[in-house]
Unconditional design. Structure first.
Length: 268
């Protein structure tokens, strides 16, 4: 995948054993959409230009946000060889190639080796550039690994869990329930979170319908929650998408308060 000889020089190398399957890692590699949400410390915005089985091309704005310094990046994958290359086509660092080799070690372990090739020849500059890349990639892969492991568990749970037809579930006295907010509950085999929205108790799905991302700790802002993985946003009252991307939260049970007792009731 290296192609013809180039004036690039290797600035550094980063190696990691990722505790996720090769399938999850490849899924992550093709997932350009998570960059500004999961890695908000490093990336301010990401716009898709093109994508396909070959990879993707995006316009990426790094932190701190400065549109004038946006980069045009292209990821090209060679899945049979378990390799891929991200090239900076335009913007700061144009010509840089980040080459990654994947090695499956076990069902839930994948070796990752990343080499950083930059248009720089001075040894002292190469060392400094390489150190910055290694520091950034250690952080990025750590964040990616958490997402991949949580998704692996969510997929496994979804495969083995049979959804039960639940009619109702008594939670207890309203004062006790409010004292425990936000409260995670299971109803009909699915997980929901109960929160107080302007004095009213509301239940919402605790799993994002996009990639099964975790919503149990998502802050409620103006009646909406946003998935920390890809930035998908939902209205708590309706479950509808607020970002125009078309996903909808799973319908939660209704909350009924009778004589000071809170009960979850299956929605009609």
């Amino acid at each position: 995948m290296d192609g013809a000889a180039s004036p690039l020089a290797q600035a550094g190398v980063y190696r990691r054993d990722v505790k996720a399957s090769l399938a999850r890692v490849w899924e992550n590699v093709f997932d350009w959409e998570h960059l500004p949400s999961l890695h908000a410390r490093d990336f301010a915005a990401c716009t898709l230009i093109d994508r396909g089985g070959w990879g993707w091309r995006v316009r990426l704005v790094n932190q701190p946000s400065d549109e004038t310094k946006a980069q045009l990046l292209e990821m090209r994958a060679d899945k049979p060889a378990n390799q891929y290359v991200v090239t900076t086509l335009e913007g700061p660092g144009a010509g840089t190639q980040i080459r990654t080799r994947l090695t499956p070690h076990a069902a839930q372990h994948t070796g990752v080796e990343v080499t950083f090739h930059v248009p720089e020849q001075r040894p002292e500059r190469l060392a400094a550039i390489g150190a910055r890349y290694v520091e950034a990639y250690r952080r990025l892969w750590a964040e990616d690994e958490v997402m991949m492991r949580v998704r692996e568990r969510a997929l496994a749970h979804a495969r083995r869990t049979k959804r039960a037809a639940a009619k109702s579930r008594r939670l207890g006295a309203e004062a006790d329930v409010r004292a425990r907010l936000p409260l995670m509950v299971t109803f009909g085999g699915a997980r929901f979170r109960i929160v107080d929205l302007d004095g009213v108790l509301i239940a919402h799905a605790a799993t994002c319908p996009h990639w099964l991302g975790p919503l149990e700790e998502a802050p409620v802002i103006d009646g909406c929650i946003t998935c920390p993985w890809h930035g998908y946003s939902f209205d708590l009252c309706t479950g509808e998408s607020t970002d125009g991307r078309g996903y909808k939260l799973e319908t939660p049970p209704r909350i009924v308060i009778d004589a000071g007792v809170v009960t979850l009731v299956a929605s009609d």
